[in-house]
Design a protein around this ligand. Structure first.
Ligand code: A3P
Length: 320
C-alpha cells in the first residue's frame, strides 16, 4: 500500500535524471515509456500509474491535449448525472468541466500519491487522463476490470493549431515565445505533451478494435457533424441509455445544447473562473472549429503532414 511504500523523492530524482529531455512549448518534457511527458505532471503520472485502483463503475476519459477533452468532460458528466439534478441545476453552470472531471496525473495525483477520492467532485467517478494506452495503470486495463474508457481524438493539424494558441496564452513572461514553425517541427517529430500523436491515437484505436465494449473511440469531427447521435451512443456505451420518454422530451438535444461550445464558452465560470491547475477556464475555449488549421499552416507544412499521416495511419483504417 501507499503507506508501506512512501513517496521516494530520491528514487524519483534518479529516474528524472536518467531520462531524455526536450524543451517543450511550455516547460520541459521527459521521454518515458515511449512518450513525452510534461515535466510538471511527471510525478503525478508516476504515482497515478503505480497506485491508481480502478473501480468497475469508473469512467476514464482519455485524449491528447486539445482534442476535445473539455467538451467530453461536460457531455459525460451531464449524461451520467442527468437523474441527479435538472439541467437548470447542472453544476456545469457554476463549475467548469475541469473542476467537475479532474485530471488524474495533473490534478488528483499531482501533489500526493494517495488522493482522497471521497473528495472527487463526481460519483460514480468520472476521471480524465492524457496517458497513452500502453502506460495506463494495470487496474484500468485488467481483463476483469469493468471500468469504461472513452477516447476522443481530433485531426492532428487542428490539434497542433489549438495547442499552439493554448500554450501561447499560458506562457509567462520568463518563457521565450515559440514560433509556429518551431512548434510545428517539434509536433511532427512527436515532441509535444503526451506525443507522439500517432502512437497515442493508434494505441487507443487498436485497443478499441480488440475490446469495443470497454473502449469507445470518438472523433471530434464526428461529434461536430452529428452531436445528437453521439450523445445517444455515448450514453448507451456508458450504461445510461436514454429512454424513449427522455428522447421524446428532447433531453438528448438539451444536453447537447448545454455542452455546446457557444453555451459553455458564455458561462461566467468559463469566462472568469479558473481550472484546478489555476489556468483561466477561458483558455479551453478558442473557436471550436473543424479545419481551422487552414488559416494558419503553410502549404509546405500541410504537404509534410499529409505524408506523415499517410505513413503512420494508412494501414490502420483510421482517417482524419
Ligand atoms: P480550438 O483551439 O481549435 O478552438 P481540450 O478540451 O482537449 O483542451 O481541447 C480544446 C479545444 O476544444 C479547443 O479547440 C476548444 O475551443 C475546443 N472546445 C472546447 N469546448 C468545446 C465544446 N463544448 N465544443 C466543441 N469544441 C470545444
Amino acid at each position: 500500500s501507499q503507506e508501506e511504500e512512501p513517496w521516494d523523492d530520491e528514487k524519483f530524482q534518479e529516474l528524472v535524471e536518467s531520462l531524455p529531455k526536450a524543451k517543450g512549448y511550455y516547460g520541459p518534457l521527459y521521454f518515458y515509456q515511449g512518450f513525452w511527458c510534461p515535466s510538471f505532471s511527471f510525478k503525478g503520472f508516476i504515482s497515478f500509474q503505480k497506485y491508481f485502483q480502478a473501480l468497475d463503475t469508473d469512467i476514464i476519459l482519455v485524449s491528447m491535449p486539445k482534442s476535445g477533452t473539455t467538451w467530453l468532460k461536460a457531455l459525460i458528466f451531464s449524461i451520467a448525472n442527468r437523474h441527479k439534478f435538472s439541467l437548470q441545476d447542472n453544476p456545469l453552470l457554476n463549475l467548469g468541466p475541469h473542476s467537475l472531471v479532474p485530471f488524474l496525473e495533473s490534478d488528483l495525483y499531482l501533489k500526493t500519491p494517495n488522493p482522497n477520492f471521497e473528495n472527487c467532485p463526481n460519483h460514480p467517478r468520472i476521471l480524465s487522463t492524457h496517458t497513452p494506452y500502453a502506460s495506463l495503470p494495470p487496474s484500468i486495463k485488467d481483463d476483469h476490470s469493468k471500468c469504461k474508457i472513452v477516447y476522443v481524438c481530433r485531426n492532428p493539424m487542428d490539434v497542433f493549431i489549438s495547442y499552439w494558441h493554448y500554450l501561447g496564452k499560458l506562457r509567462t513572461e520568463n518563457m521565450e515565445p515559440m514560433s509556429m514553425d518551431e512548434g510545428f517541427e517539434m509536433f511532427c517529430q512527436g515532441i509535444h505533451g503526451f506525443g507522439p500523436f500517432s502512437d497515442h491515437v493508434l494505441g487507443y484505436w487498436k485497443a478499441n478494435e480488440e475490446n469495443p465494449n470497454k473502449i469507445l473511440f470518438l472523433k471530434y469531427e464526428d461529434l461536430k457533424e452529428d452531436i445528437t447521435f453521439h450523445v445517444k451512443e455515448l450514453a448507451k456505451f456508458l450504461g445510461f441509455p436514454f429512454s424513449k420518454e427522455e428522447e421524446d422530451r428532447g433531453v438528448v438535444e438539451e444536453i447537447a445544447r448545454l455542452c455546446s461550445f457557444d453555451s459553455l464558452k458564455d458561462l461566467e465560470v468559463n469566462k472568469s473562473g479558473k481550472s484546478p491547475l489555476g489556468y483561466p477556464n477561458s483558455v479551453f475555449f478558442r473557436n471550436g472549429e473543424v479545419g481551422n488549421w487552414r488559416n494558419f499552416l503553410k502549404p509546405s507544412m500541410v504537404e509534410h503532414w499529409e505524408k506523415l499521416l499517410q505513413e503512420k495511419f494508412d494501414k490502420s483504417g483510421l482517417t482524419f
